[in-house]
Design a protein around this ligand. Structure first.
Ligand SMILES: Nc1ncnc2c1ncn2[C@@H]1O[C@H](COP(=O)(O)OP(=O)(O)O)[C@@H](O)[C@H]1O
Ligand SMILES: [Mg+2]
Length: 204
């Protein structure tokens, strides 16, 4: 496929996904999912592209962090963010990804140093078809961030950006899931030990 057809194909796919995501025409299967695991997998998938762009991903996490999410949709959110980080970061810098809990939320933040000056408001960049001035020469539809936001919202999550000088920061926030399984296992184990002890006592 030549460059022009490839661009057109990508644009069509992005348009279809943007329209589906923003009209709620994608169903989300929300289940407790460890976001740390998801992030590690997504970053592993992007390892080669990051390397080619001269970037290193640094992941910080208080593992595990269970969010109530749709794994596939969150994967696409992460993929949009990572592909942007690869395209627009200053080579030789690091992409910092943090996964943490805050109140009732599970959060993922991704920070990178922009190659070009970002003299545009964060809210504006999320709008459809908006691209940073300097991005015009690269391939892209200007839909990636908008799709990421719609997909996060489809999962009852929130998406936001902040720009501080050359620092580009994206935040995705999901409802935090309780971690009953681990606690239960421990309780059951403790009970088993107690019961076993009692049984032995009774026998004696
Ligand atoms: N991680 C990032 N670092 C610096 N700039 C970014 C980053 N992600 C997005 N941008 C800027 O926001 C614009 C919009 O991004 P996006 O919606 O994904 O569309 P596209 O990548 O097709 O241009 C980009 O053109 C770029 O100018
Ligand atoms: Mg993009």
């Amino acid at each position: 496929m030549d460059r022009q057809s490839r661009r057109l194909k990508k644009l069509t796919e992005d348009l279809v996904e943007a329209s589906k995501a923003s009209t709620g025409n994608i169903s989300a299967h929300l289940v407790p999912t460890d976001l740390c695991e998801l992030v590690h997998q997504a970053v592993a998938e992007y390892e080669e592209k990051l390397g080619k762009a001269g970037l290193e991903a640094v992941i910080t996490a208080e593992e595990p962090v269970y969010g109530i999410v749709d794994g596939n949709l969150t994967w696409r959110v992460l993929s949009n963010l990572l592909s942007n980080a690869c395209k627009y970061s200053l080579p030789g810098t690091r992409v910092y990804i943090e996964i943490f809990k805050k109140g009732k939320y599970a959060l993922i933040s991704m920070k990178n140093t922009s190659r070009e000056q970002l003299n545009i408001a964060a809210e504006e960049l999320i709008e459809r078809f908006v691209r940073g001035d300097s991005s015009r020469s690269t391939e892209g539809s200007g839909l990636g961030l908008n799709i990421a936001k719609s997909l996060a919202e489809l999962q009852k999550g929130k998406f936001s950006l902040s720009i501080e000088g050359d620092l580009f920061k994206a935040f995705v926030k999901y409802p935090l899931a309780k971690e009953p399984t681990i606690q239960k296992e421990e309780t059951v184990l403790a009970q088993d030990v107690k019961e076993a002890a009692e049984t032995t006592e009774n026998k004696e």
